[in-house]
Write a protein of this length. Structure first.
Length: 60
């Protein structure tokens, strides 16, 4: 019963919402990286770990 334009818009909104959710899940590591530099060497260790996490998330 929905118009095609409305349905497309709803699909786009759903994609945006899931995309934002995915960014929040994978972006949590980015948020950690932004916070952790306060902890000095521990923050650097986390920064070294993150790129591997990114490549894994891209493959999956």
């Amino acid at each position: 019963m929905f118009a095609k334009g409305v349905r497309k818009g709803a699909i786009r909104d759903a994609c945006r919402q899931t995309g934002v959710a995915l960014l929040q899940v994978s972006g949590s590591s980015v948020a950690d990286r932004e916070v952790l530099p306060f902890s000095g060497s521990q923050g650097r260790a986390v920064n070294n770990i993150r790129p591997a996490d990114r490549t894994k998330s891209r493959q999956s």
